[in-house]
Design a protein around this ligand. Structure first.
Ligand code: ADP
Ligand code: MG
Length: 477
């Protein structure tokens, strides 16, 4: 009796079954259909390209072994990936050479199938004929209310460019990274919202890396990894938030790696956020990190005072609240690093003022902020003065310690000494020591120089008063 493809494959499966876990067998081998046997060439049909890649990467040796056992040393395997009913035959790497197999491959695109009707996924909105994906976006996060500043210009503009032409720019993937509370989620979602509002037929999906991981775990449990992968392959713009969460999660990374390749190859846009630079992601596969660097990596920095004020001002306006300008300035002056904290202060300030019916003024703001900022210096220090003056004059603070004739540095140093004398209890000698070990007479000379300049130069006088106000505004008093 001559054996047909089904019989040969069944025999192969018996061998394979002994060598893989029941879960893997179910996931990766049961869906395979033998389609043709031509002397020693067996053709098997796999559901899609992802499947093909996965098998090639993980089970190629096993497949080779089993098919040779069944059909002899010359046996060959051909994959069939169906697309719109037309046959497409793909030679597996295993047939080409033994040593050429590499996990990080960039082989020719192989068309796969996306059987949308079969997809079961919680993101699908049922009852709509054409598959429509609920993008899971928060409509509140837009470009309009994402204030631009030096701290986010690159990332924001890249985001705008992507929103205009998703998948069509060099920024693929876009990796937005920055500390917590600096606007990564807001910006990533703004891109999504912008696309959704203008381009109806793009499937946009926002998902946190945590949720993504849980979905994979569920899919593995329910034996529906295929559905999961199929679903994600349909997405045109994938926003994966907080990818640092994938650290150390090998299985998730593996699936994501293949998904990434598939999407990227098909010109789909990928947007990732991370709380650290890709190169600093520990427990992340190198091949993934190298993919992250394909596009643009843009960081979000802490916003400067003006940007913080613009952000808080716009939030207040959105809330319909009229915050006195000096209170706004006071809050932004003191909450430096984190925009979420800035909002937190604002919310509790408004809550306090309604509850105890007090006007929102600097005193109330000071009380509220004290609950937010854990490290408050009780007094103005020389370091703090140096820092603030250097910032104001736009010179590096360490220059204040060194010998230099540069006029703006000399003035910044003299002004720092003057303010240190005026606003701290330190002795002239102690102040001098904090300026690169100068003696007390230098400090006296500086104080006099500043006083003279203030008497003759009204603009300089304004500057001094402004810096002094900033110092007093700070929590340090
Ligand atoms: P991350 O994801 O980086 O932790 P979020 O995107 O959640 O930070 O931002 C924290 C808060 O700060 C959000 O309410 C967000 O709207 C706000 N925010 C951050 N950057 C800006 C900005 N440039 N303009 C307006 N609001 C901002
Ligand atoms: Mg976030």
């Amino acid at each position: 009796m001559t054996r047909d493809s089904q019989m040969v494959w069944d025999d192969c499966l018996r061998i394979i079954k002994k060598n893989v876990s029941p879960q893997s067998f179910k996931t990766w081998f049961e869906p395979i259909k033998p389609v043709q046997l031509d002397s020693d060439v067996l053709t098997i049909q796999v559901p899609n390209k992802f499947f093909f890649e996965w098998i090639e990467e993980h089970y190629v040796q096993l497949l080779k072994k089993s098919i040779r056992q069944e059909l002899g040393e010359k046996a060959r395997l051909v994959y069939h990936i169906p697309e719109n009913g037309t046959a497409d035959f793909t030679q597996p790497k295993a047939n080409k050479s033994d040593g050429g197999h590499s996990a990080d491959k960039d082989n020719e695109p192989v068309p796969g199938v996306f059987d949308a009707e079969m997809i079961k996924n919680p993101f699908i909105i049922p009852g709509i004929k054409r598959i429509k994906v609920d993008p899971q976006l928060n409509p509140h996060y837009t470009f309009e209310n994402f204030i631009e500043g030096d701290c986010n210009r690159l990332a924001r503009n890249a985001g705008l460019a992507i929103a205009k032409r998703p998948g069509g720019t060099a920024f693929n993937p876009l990796v937005i990274f920055g500390d917590v509370g600096l606007g990564k989620t807001h910006l990533a979602q703004a891109i999504g919202n912008d696309i959704v509002s203008r381009i109806q037929d793009k499937a946009v999906l926002y998902v946190s890396a945590e949720k993504f991981t849980n979905q994979i775990i569920q899919a593995i449990k329910n034996n529906s990894v295929n559905d999961f992968v199929n679903f994600y392959q349909m997405i045109d713009v994938l926003i994966l938030d907080d990818i640092q969460f994938l650290s150390g999660k090998q299985k998730t990374q593996e699936i994501f790696f293949h998904l990434f390749n598939q999407l990227h190859q098909n010109g789909k846009q990928i947007i990732l956020t991370s709380d650290r630079a890709p190169k600093d992601l520990e427990g992340m596969e190198d091949r993934l990190i190298s993919r992250f660097k394909w596009g643009l990596t843009a960081d979000l920095q802490s916003p400067d005072l003006e940007t913080r004020m613009a952000i808080l001002g716009s939030k207040m306006e959105e809330e319909g609240v009229d915050l006195p300008q000096d209170v706004l300035e006071f809050i932004c002056y003191n909450i430096k690093n984190n925009i979420r904290e800035l909002e937190g202060v604002m919310v509790s300030l408004l809550a306090q003022s309604t509850l105890i019916r007090r006007d929102v003024d600097i005193d109330l703001a000071r009380e509220v902020i004290r609950n937010f900022v854990t490290t408050i210096n009780k007094e103005i220090t020389v370091e703090f003065i140096q820092q603030l003056v250097a910032e104001h004059f736009n010179v590096p603070v360490e220059k204040l310690h060194h010998e230099t004739r540069k006029r703006n540095i000399v003035i910044a140093r003299q002004l720092s000494m003057y303010l240190a004398k005026k606003l701290t209890n330190k002795s002239l000698k102690a102040i001098g020591e904090q300026f690169g070990g100068r003696d007390h007479s230098t400090v006296i000379y500086s104080c006099k120089a500043v006083q003279d300049m203030m008497d003759t130069d009204l603009i300089f006088k304004d500057t001094v008063e402004e810096v002094e106000k900033k110092l007093k505004m700070s929590l340090n008093n």
